[in-house]
Design a protein around this ligand. Structure first.
Ligand SMILES: Cc1cc2nc3c(=O)[nH]c(=O)nc-3n(C[C@H](O)[C@H](O)[C@H](O)COP(=O)(O)OP(=O)(O)OC[C@H]3O[C@@H](n4cnc5c(N)ncnc54)[C@H](O)[C@@H]3O)c2cc1C
Length: 372
């Protein structure tokens, strides 16, 4: 019998594995995919995630594999600033930077540090049943009995569906393309993330490493013009955007819908707990989904240092995490809607330009400050 089973080797499950290992606990991670092969895209690890990686002894490795980002700017189509958030001060205060990194690099670092002997690939959970312990059935015919179970199986979590019988997934009605390419960005963007807001659409990009950049493009449902290329939808944007889009090989582009999970009342049941997207998937507008999954793991690790009973840890975990997670999910949803208004954008930009930078910094600090 397994003492601790984690379902899902995404960023959340892998972060939790690292934390349990640091607490000298035995665990097995079950992942449905035959290999750890995340979507081909970049990801931003904000200061809250990087503080956790610091405690795990992984901060330098992740910084080296990615690119430090010291500021985030929102601009209009012509790159005229709307807001700019300088995070150097917060970086000094929390002794960590934002890091943009290829998802594959991040997951490789997390998985290698755990050790592949703890990760069972090609194990897709089909059914979970509570008897005295949990009975886990996998698609490959294997059955495992587990005492403690973590559901880190993402927004469509089978554990959430079967144990909690809840989970309303909300579609933001925005299509999202993501791309990776080798590109020489102007130097002013080497350590800045940029998000450009247009009418019913937006475009963001960030440098990941010496040559690689990662971009994302969002368009409201019904507003995507079926031209030959995605770039033509952004013909009113600065030429740099068009150049990035036109230079991206088609096979390096992925397309998803943007969605989140309506807050569910409870993340835990007897000897079982959901973390990451399975518990509280958010839209990506604050770049915090994976960071919140990592923060979940951090808090569980901290609680395990002083409590042996997992059920006490789970109840405390939700008590500590709930307020911030709800804030992220709700604020991110609102930002997503405001950023892609179809009219009134000049007025929106005018008022946003009046907002003092200190207010944006306060909002960032609220999110990146760890709760324990
Ligand atoms: C466009 C976009 C951009 C984003 N940008 C950022 C960003 O910059 N920063 C940030 O912090 N977050 C970002 N996010 C959010 C982030 O990707 C997610 O929040 C994060 O990946 C959630 O991690 P997770 O481990 O909880 O879930 P997932 O990444 O979904 O991982 C779940 C894992 O469980 C496995 N699994 C699922 N079902 C089963 C099963 N039945 N049996 C076994 N295994 C199973 C899956 O294969 C997967 O490996 C972005 C999201 C999107 C869509």
């Amino acid at each position: 019998m397994n003492s601790i089973s984690i379902i899902g080797a995404g960023i959340g499950g892998l972060a939790l594995g690292n934390v349990l290992k640091q607490n000298n606990l035995d665990f097995t991670i079950y992942e449905s995919a035959p290999e750890i092969k995340p979507v081909g895209a970049g990801i931003m690890m904000a200061i809250n995630a990087m503080q956790t990686f610091d405690q795990l002894g992984l901060k330098e490795k992740i910084e080296k594999a990615g690119n430090k980002i010291h500021g985030i700017s929102i601009t209009d189509e012509k790159l005229k600033p709307i807001t700019k958030t300088n995070i150097l001060e917060l970086e000094n205060k929390y002794n960590s930077c934002n890091v943009a990194i290829h998802r594959a690099e991040l997951q490789k670092i997390l998985a290698e540090n755990i050790g592949f002997e703890h990760i069972k690939l090609d194990h897709s959970l089909t059914q979970i049943k509570k008897k005295e312990n949990y009975i886990l059935n996998f698609e490959n015919g294997i059955e495992v009995e587990g005492k403690i179970v973590f559901g880190a199986d993402g927004i469509h979590s089978k554990i959430r569906n079967q144990i909690f019988e809840t989970g309303n997934i909300r579609n933001a009605k925005q299509m999202c393309w993501r791309g990776l390419l080798d590109f020489d960005l102007p130097e002013e963007f080497h350590h800045q993330a940029l998000e450009i807001w247009g009418k019913a659409k937006r475009f963001g990009f960030v440098k990941l490493s010496e040559k690689k950049i990662y971009w994302y493009a969002l368009i409201n449902h019904g507003k995507h013009k079926r031209y030959n290329s995605l770039a033509e939808n952004f013909s009113d944007f600065n030429p740099l955007v068009l150049k990035i889009l036109e230079s991206t090989p088609k096979e390096n582009i992925i397309l998803n819908d943007i969605m989140d999970l309506s807050p569910i009342p409870k993340w835990y049941s007897e000897n079982l707990c959901l973390i990451g997207d399975a518990a509280h998937a958010t839209t990506p507008n604050m770049g915090q989904g994976a960071c919140q999954a990592i923060e979940d793991s951090y808090i569980i690790g901290k609680l395990l240092e002083t409590h042996q009973d997992f059920n006490t840890v789970f109840a405390e975990f939700q008590k500590i995490r709930r307020k911030k997670v709800d804030y992220v999910v709700n604020t991110s949803w609102k930002i997503g809607q405001i950023s892609q208004w179809e009219r009134g954008n000049s007025l929106r930009n005018f008022f946003m330009r009046l907002t003092p930078e200190s207010i944006n910094q306060k909002m960032v600090e609220k999110v990146i400050k760890l709760e324990m």
